[in-house]
Ligand binder design. Structure first.
Ligand code: RBF
Ligand code: MG
Length: 319
């Protein structure tokens, strides 16, 4: 599914020839582009509207920790392509992706604010969370930013962390979403993301056992994504060949059989196309159960039939 951009995408800061008019900016890694990030974008947009300026997000690629630390960072929720797509949907005017290098990491807070934000981009307002740090060794913080703000005539807008609702208390964070996905709580993760958790990959040949021995063919997915939900069976929707379908997915080692190969596979309901090598996206709606070892293929097949009934029930209100 192709997303049409109205947003301007800048992948090299040198490409900005002249400062934007009344630039309002927020800066972050935005992994997951979750509701907390979207709240920041909303503040940027409303301020930009107020001062008739440009709404801008700045992010870094790769994730700074990936550059600076060996074992940095747990699996990303959204890889670059998806992140750009999602920010594109949020109706900001500009997304600036700064290629992150050690050189970029060594820019002092002063240089960053004066040379990049103020001089090059033309920043008139910045929206940040209360715990925002920036520049070399994370030396820049809110106090410093407010200091520069007076000198350079920009406004600092502090945005507090938002909560989703009473049923889902606590701060929305990428860390929390990662944990929820890894615990299989994809329906909860959705509340913080503002959309379903999605994995992307390519359909690869499997063992043909699903179709042959179980009566339920599955598309086996070679994941491009890093973050994979907990092993088990899920109700999902599937996007491929420009269409959306219902499905049931299994993540795990298929313990009923002896090959012990980790697979992410999806049985697409009422579907018979050949989709080998196609790009596929799977949206996780709800976890159904743990993966189990059955005494034979026919027992497993009976269980999969039940999973499909359960899946249809869960998915009936969707699509
Ligand atoms: N394999 C298992 O060994 N145990 C399971 O509990 C299990 N549950 C599944 C549920 C669904 C909805 C699907 C589509 C597959 C499941 N599988 C399970 C995987 C199954 O063994 C696999 O699709 C075939 O072996 C073909 O690779
Ligand atoms: Mg298969």
């Amino acid at each position: 599914m192709l997303v049409k951009f109205k947003m301007e995408l800048i992948e090299q800061i040198e490409k900005i020839q002249k400062p934007y008019k009344n630039a309002v900016i927020t800066i972050g890694n935005f992994d997951g582009v979750h509701l907390g990030h979207q709240a920041l974008f909303d503040k940027v947009k409303s301020k930009a509207k107020e001062i008739d300026g440009k709404s801008i997000a700045m992010t870094f690629e790769p994730h700074p920790i990936r550059v600076l630390e060996q074992n940095g960072l747990p699996p990303l929720i959204t890889l670059y392509e998806q992140k750009v797509e999602l920010i594109g949907k949020s109706n900001l005017d500009v997304l600036i992706c700064v290629p992150f290098t050690r050189e970029v990491a060594s820019i002092t807070p002063k240089e960053f604010v004066e040379n990049i934000l103020v001089k090059r981009i033309g920043m008139k307002a910045i929206v940040v969370g209360g715990d925002y740090t920036f520049g070399k060794n994370r030396g820049g913080n809110l106090d410093l930013l407010k200091d520069y703000a007076e000198r350079h005539g920009f406004e600092v807008i502090v945005s507090d962390w938002i909560e989703v609702s009473e049923n889902f208390p606590g701060r929305i964070s990428s860390t929390r979403i990662r944990e929820l996905v890894m615990e299989g709580k994809v329906d909860h993760a959705r509340k913080l993301l503002g959309r379903y958790y999605q994995i992307r990959g390519q359909v690869v040949p499997g063992r043909k056992r699903g179709a042959r021995d179980l009566g339920f063919p599955t598309a086996n997915i070679n994941l491009t994504d890093e973050l994979c939900p907990k092993m088990g069976v899920y109700a999902v929707t599937v996007e491929c060949q420009g269409e959306r379908y219902k499905g049931v997915a299994n993540i795990g080692f298929s313990p009923t059989f002896d090959d012990h190969i980790f697979t992410v596979e999806v049985h697409i309901l009422d579907f018979h196309n050949d989709i080998y090598e196609e790009k596929i996206r799977v949206n996780f709606i709800k976890r159904i159960r743990d993966e189990k070892k059955f005494s034979n293929a026919s027992e497993l097949s009976k269980q999969i039939q039940k999973d499909i009934i359960k899946g249809r029930e869960i998915l009936s209100s969707l699509l």
